[in-house]
Write a protein that binds this ligand. Structure first.
Ligand code: FAD
Length: 417
């Protein structure tokens, strides 16, 4: 029986594994986490709207239903492409076909001070760390007598005007708007600043101008200060440095301004493109290795003169395509090139407010928000997760309450020190 090894059980790997199950091949799933993570809702864990368990799903629970599939928890560190073997922290694994679907990491563009001081959002632990930071800032400010330090503690800087930055800034503004008056009597006279900083001229650059303008207006109505055409170039403890020399006193810096391929991509001797992503052929294989597929955020491919975006739909469609391509090859059939079907893009800005651009249709406001909610529930994995998310959202919506606002410690020290 031929063996397909899939590295990474994110959106791309999951779709591929599902399509290959029970088709007469041995499928080996490798991931350094034992769960699939629904990254688009990470910001809701960070802002205490959702529990972390509700956006993660154990890989073994999925794999037990997929005939011929097994899972190994390990980190893949490299591959011997000629010998058809991946190298992991737990030994080598041979393959007949390899599918690389290990995603991306945050890109700090070499700015070490930002990497040291900023929070980012790619993993579940990142969301919990950021949530700890937000609530520690409020607790510290509530006890802080010095006005200037208090102002710094109550300033939150979000960098990056793409969907993640916009969604996080909106969710944070909403959290602060309802929570602080109710629970922090000590802070009632204070101004809480949320700054959203974007280097380009517009928020949500992939959306039509009307929807960009809607998002900007809505965020400003919610009290977010949006700074466009402004570049963050460094950070120090309690300070964010702008290119024009301005220094902003801020206790929390959240960086959502770029992504690049995972370190595994750099460890492989394969051609690279923008952001260190692996340059693939139109059939998602790498040149000279028709048995090696790369899908999702890790792959770089242009269609109609544009690079495919690093979004879940590209990964899901790529994973399904690569699985079908392997099955066709096994049957000796020809494989057509991958063609991405763009179903659209959307972002939630806050309660009753979202933007959706799909098949030329532009939606904003309440209806767009309902579409956003419905699609996120639809794409979540697992009935229990869907139910938990629906319950948490209904609770937040009806009672303006966030009961998951916990400050947790991973080591002996309190994160508020
Ligand atoms: C905060 C946030 C919000 C987002 N919002 C949206 C959105 O609203 N809409 C949208 O379409 N997209 C969104 N995205 C992007 C979307 O999540 C990604 O495009 C998608 O997850 C890419 O899928 P993938 O399969 O390529 O990789 P991933 O889903 O990232 O999965 C990669 C997997 O590989 C594993 N892995 C990594 N390195 C190794 C290794 N060396 N060894 C073993 N395993 C490894 C990881 O543990 C992970 O399970 C968002 C992303 C983030 C971070």
């Amino acid at each position: 029986m031929k063996r397909v090894v899939i590295v990474g059980m994110g959106f791309g790997g999951l779709r591929a594994a599902r399509a290959l199950a029970g088709k007469g091949l041995e499928v080996v799933l490798l991931d350094r986490q034992n769960y699939h993570l629904f990254q688009p809702l990470l910001y809701q864990v960070a802002t205490a709207a959702l529990e972390q368990e509700s956006i993660a799903y154990p890989i073994r629970t999925m794999a037990r239903r997929w005939r011929g599939t097994r899972f190994r928890l390990c980190e893949v560190t490299g591959a011997d492409l000629e010998g058809r073997r991946v190298v992991t922290t737990d030994g080598a694994v041979d393959y007949d076909y390899l599918m690389l679907a290990a995603g991306c990491v945050t890109n700090f563009f070499g700015m070490e001070s930002i990497e040291r001081h900023a929070y980012d959002l790619k993993e579940l632990d990142h969301a919990v760390d950021l949530r700890n930071r937000l609530f520690c800032s409020l607790e510290l400010a509530a006890e802080e007598p010095a006005p200037e330090r208090r102002r710094m503690l109550l300033t939150f800087v979000v960098v990056g005007g793409g969907p993640t930055g916009v969604e996080f800034a909106g969710a944070l503004a909403e959290l602060v708007r309802y929570l602080v008056p109710a629970d922090y009597a000590e802070l009632r006279g204070d101004v809480i600043r949320i700054l959203l900083i974007e280097a380009g001229e517009r928020l949500l650059p992939d959306l039509p101008k009307e929807l960009q303008a809607y998002a900007l207006d809505r965020l400003e109505e919610m009290g977010v200060e949006v700074l466009l055409a402004t570049r963050v170039i460094g950070a120090e403890p309690g300070l964010v440095l702008l290119q024009d020399g301005t220094k902003i006193g801020a206790h929390t810096l959240f960086w959502a301004a770029g992504t690049c391929a995972v370190p595994l991509a750099a460890a492989l001797n394969l051609p690279k493109a923008n952001g260190g992503r692996i340059a693939v052929q139109p059939d998602l294989t790498v040149a000279g290795h028709p048995e090696v597929f790369v899908v999702g955020d890790m792959a770089y491919l242009e269609q109609a003169g544009q690079p495919l975006p690093m979004v879940a739909q590209v990964a899901m469609q790529g994973g399904e395509y690569a699985a079908r391509a392997i099955l066709k090859r096994e049957r000796g059939e020809a494989v057509a090139p991958f063609s991405y079907w763009d179903k659209g893009i959307m972002a939630a800005i806050g309660r009753n407010a979202a933007v959706v651009y799909s098949f030329g249709i532009k939606l904003s406001g309440f209806f767009a928000w309902l579409v956003w909610l419905g699609l996120h529930i639809f794409y979540l994995i697992g009935f229990r997760n869907r139910l938990l998310v629906l319950l948490d959202w209904a609770y937040c919506y009806l009672f303006h309450e966030r009961q998951i606002r916990l400050i947790t410690r991973s080591g002996k020290e309190s994160p508020c020190r």
